[in-house]
Design a protein around this ligand. Structure first.
Ligand SMILES: NC(=O)c1ccc[n+]([C@@H]2O[C@H](COP(=O)([O-])OP(=O)(O)OC[C@H]3O[C@@H](n4cnc5c(N)ncnc54)[C@H](OP(=O)(O)O)[C@@H]3O)[C@@H](O)[C@H]2O)c1
Length: 329
């Protein structure tokens, strides 16, 4: 089968397409013939070599989510899985392939009417957004800021917060055009990356007052600006960091919480890894049903061939992606 291999950490030219042996599923695992492969922000972080200290070595195959059809099962797996269309989590790596293997517990059956491309756009990011909002104890009537809203996690969070009855759904993003697209998905206030109103995309309902303080901040960006956004929390506000695409915060970022002691603020990190697999599957299946019936809108930036994986990563590095890039074998 063809697979994309990171032969050298660094820029995307270190990724090459190779013929490798077809995998055979071990006990408890299945083989999925892929139709669509999601390209995630974490794939780019791993390819750059930024996570070398976590045990990643050149020679790895990036990618962690695929959709396709189960074509074989290992010992102990019900043979009725064969022929089913599924979404599959492959682990942190292993997804940019024609034939993927994974544990049967990491499959979610695709409903009628949901494309493989939409499945890999929503499959991880939708549950991350859902559980991050619940980790923040988000409730209807509260104001929410999604920081770094132009990626697939942020887009899902905007829709879910809006549908969950948020009073204000504010976003930070880098352009007025992105702001307009986020408004179509439920954002009511558009801010620039620093958190100031983006005048270029103002539409009346995004008044300055609405964007001053927030009950909940879902942060995909992290970086040095975290204290600035902690300062934007309302009394009893909760900030949940789900990604650090802008880097780590400075070591003393927690002083912003202590300076505002009398506001009873909370700060948390959140990883989907801490949610039991079965709970993720229930939420993902419900989101897939919603997407199939038009209730959720996965945003696909572009669909490229597996051979173009390096081009996909160049777009990720350029910051030109809105939503998800999907590879097809
Ligand atoms: N917590 C979990 O369980 C979990 C699960 C999967 C992935 N993740 C993490 O989530 C992140 C990827 O999420 P994603 O794919 O939705 O994000 P993404 O597309 O990589 O980035 C989201 C947005 O952040 C903005 N941004 C990027 N770099 C920035 C910078 N340096 N400063 C300020 N803004 C910046 C960009 O929007 P604008 O240009 O419009 O500002 C970008 O579209 C990774 O960190 C990954 O590790 C977490």
């Amino acid at each position: 089968m063809r697979a994309v291999v990171v032969e050298r950490f660094g820029d995307p030219s270190g990724m090459v397409v190779r013929d490798v042996a077809d995998p055979v599923p071990d006990a408890g695992r299945v083989l999925v013939r892929t139709e669509a492969i999601g390209v995630g922000g974490v794939d780019a972080v791993i390819r750059r070599g930024a996570l070398g200290s976590f045990g990643f070595e050149p020679g790895l195959i990036p990618g962690n989510e695929v959709a396709g059809t189960v074509t074989a099962v290992g010992d102990g797996v019900d043979a009725s899985w064969i022929g089913r269309r599924v979404w599959a989590f492959t682990g942190t790596t292993g997804g940019y392939v024609e034939l993927a293997t994974t544990g049967v517990e990491h499959l979610t059956v695709l409903p009628e009417g949901l494309s493989s491309i939409d499945a890999v756009t929503l499959g991880s990011s939708g549950p991350v957004a859902h559980f991050a909002l619940s980790h923040a104890h988000f409730a209807a009537g509260e104001s929410v800021l999604i920081r770094g809203a132009a990626g697939s996690i942020g887009i899902a969070a905007v829709e879910l917060a809006s549908q969950g009855g948020a009073k204000v759904v504010a976003v930070t993003t880098s352009s007025a055009q992105r702001g307009r697209r986020l408004r179509e998905l439920g954002a009511t206030v558009v801010l620039d990356r620093t958190g100031q109103p983006d005048d270029g995309s103002h539409s009346g309902n995004g008044s300055h007052g609405e964007s001053d303080a927030f009950d909940v901040i879902i942060d995909i960006v992290g970086g040095e600006a975290i204290p600035t956004f902690i300062d934007r929390l309302a009394p009893n506000g909760r900030m949940v960091v789900v990604g650090v695409v802008g880097g780590m915060p400075s070591p003393d970022f927690g002083m912003a919480l202590m300076r505002s002691f009398r506001k009873s603020l909370s700060f948390a990190a959140f990883s989907l890894d801490t949610v039991p697999v079965g709970e993720r599957d229930i939420v993902r299946a419900a989101q897939f049903d919603a997407a199939a019936s038009g209730g959720l809108h996965p945003v696909v930036h572009s669909v490229l061939n597996l051979d173009q994986a390096a081009d996909a990563h160049r777009q990720m590095d350029d910051g030109t992606v809105f939503g998800r890039i999907v590879l097809t074998p």
